[in-house]
Design a protein around this ligand. Sequence first.
Ligand SMILES: [Zn+2]
Length: 75
Amino acid sequence: MSRPNPVKALNGVRSGHICDRCNKEVQTGDMVRAYAAHYDRDGWMLRRLWCEECGDSAIGEGTDGTDEAIIEAVL
Ligand SMILES: [Zn+2]
């Protein structure tokens, strides 16, 4: 089954977002990594967001048993 692109979960994220690990402010134009999970009712939801230095490339924490993805994007 095809899903919408998880990068859409980043819609609405603006500069001023804070890295979940080091609390650095993420600026527009910065590379970010984010963890998103897909819910049948809500679609892709952004769960965590990190700056370029902190970003995980693997899903390390417990999840909700749904589809999930690590996103890399430039804000
Ligand atoms: Zn960080």
